[in-house]
Design a protein. Structure first.
Ligand code: PLP
Length: 333
């Protein structure tokens, strides 16, 4: 099978960049949802711990259980709130508040303009009252920005609305609440010194999806994908390769099969379009477990950075990374 190398130095380099911006490691909540963006949940949790992070964010309680020994607090974005002294649960609606177990620790998500999740502004007072009545402990109030990685000023009006939310929550007498709305792109763009916490995902893994004019902080990709050679053959001009014989050899050539396929999360729609790291085109279709390349190396680097592939595929780095199968072996270097 293909394998993945996780570059520890690059991960720490990226984390250092963000902790410099924040002035503290404790204010970084590393987002480890979806198998840590394909990097490997437990590996990235342990590296985060080694770096000195204390906060994490995951999607559900199963992910939290796997990594909870590494962190002081884990924010769970999409699961029912239950009592656990280490976990806090994002509440996305009034219904979430009603379903939460009495005594659980919660963080209220407020919709400041993304219109995906969170309670609306006119529900804020009702939600806060309900949280008290239901005997929940309010640890945080959060929001999410819809256009932080785009060339627009939307981020600023969302921030403005979130500031009004802060004032309202405080004026109702809630104390020791942490307020957070920044993801990687917001943190890269804005001053972070006044933030209680940032929820850091893609930036920690080395990608900066901001338009060029914002790019002041260089980050280093953490994951590289490799494949092993399975077999090699000599093709005569006009012989064809793989399912459907879609690739025709334009001349005599040496072709090897490598053990990476769509079963590993390397999408079949990557056929033809995508060149791997050394500018080698994939020959013909991607199969479940294999691709064919004009190469003979025993180990071949598929990518060091997924940016170019994502661009060619008309998607974002997140999608290519999270597709990578959790059963691919991951080695920390
Ligand atoms: C995934 C996620 C993040 C992290 O976003 P990045 O762009 O990867 O930094 C932050 N907050 C919430 C609510 C998320 O779902």
């Amino acid at each position: 099978m293909a394998f993945i190398k996780i570059n520890r130095d690059n991960f720490f380099y990226n984390l250092n960049k963000f902790s410099e911006k924040l002035g503290s490691k404790d204010k970084i909540a590393i987002v480890l949802k979806d198998n840590a963006y394909g990097h490997g949940l437990e590996i990235m949790a342990e590296l985060s711990y080694n770096f000195g992070l204390t906060q994490a964010v995951v999607r559900d309680i199963n992910e939290a259980r796997i990594i909870d020994r590494y962190f002081k607090n884990i924010l769970i974005l999409g699961d029912r709130a239950v009592v656990n002294s280490k976990y806090s649960f994002a509440l996305n609606s009034l219904d979430d508040i009603r379903k939460a177990q009495r005594g659980s620790i919660v963080e209220l998500k407020v919709d400041t303009g993304m219109h995906r999740n969170g309670i609306s502004l006119d529900e804020l007072d009702i939600a806060l009252k309900l949280i008290e009545d239901r005997g929940l402990t309010l640890k945080g109030v959060m929001s999410h920005n819809r256009s932080a990685d785009e060339l627009s000023s939307e981020l600023f009006w969302q921030n403005k609305i979130f500031n009004q939310v802060k004032e309202r929550v405080k004026s109702l007498g809630f104390k020791n609440i942490r307020f957070h709305s920044y993801n990687s792109a917001s943190a890269l763009r804005l001053n972070c010194k006044n933030q209680d916490l940032i929820r850091l995902g893609i930036g920690a893994y080395g990608y900066n999806e901001l338009p060029e004019i914002y790019n002041k902080i260089e980050l280093k990709p953490v994951l590289s994908l490799w494949a092993n050679r399975v077999s090699t053959r000599r093709l005569k001009k006009a012989q064809r390769v793989g399912y459907g014989g879609e690739y025709t050899a334009p001349r005599d050539m040496v072709v090897s099969t490598y053990n990476l396929g769509y079963g590993d999360g390397w999408l079949r729609s990557n056929s033809f379009k995508v060149y791997i790291e050394k500018n080698l085109p994939i020959l013909g279709r991607v199969s479940m477990d294999y691709i064919s390349l004009e190469a003979t190396e025993d180990e071949i680097l598929i990518f060091n950075s997924v940016s170019r592939i994502a661009k060619e595929m008309n998607t974002i780095s997140y999608e290519i990374l999270t597709q990578l199968s959790s059963s691919i072996e991951r080695i920390v270097i």
